[in-house]
Write a protein that binds this ligand. Structure first.
Ligand SMILES: [Zn+2]
Length: 50
């Protein structure tokens, strides 16, 4: 029998450059004067960080 079921894969959502998620808590971060700040946990990141 060759009854193979194909599992439908959900297409990955397009990544947006103007939105960063906190790598600590995954919350949305806000950019402010070249600093990206997470308002949830307080994690800050330089916007020029690769
Ligand atoms: Zn956070």
């Amino acid at each position: 029998m060759s009854n193979r079921r194909t599992i439908p894969q959900a297409p990955a959502p397009p990544k947006r450059d103007d939105g960063l998620d906190c790598e600590i808590c995954g919350n949305r971060m806000h950019e402010r004067s070249c600093k990206i700040i997470c308002r949830n946990c307080g994690f800050t990141r330089d916007c020029s960080d690769p």
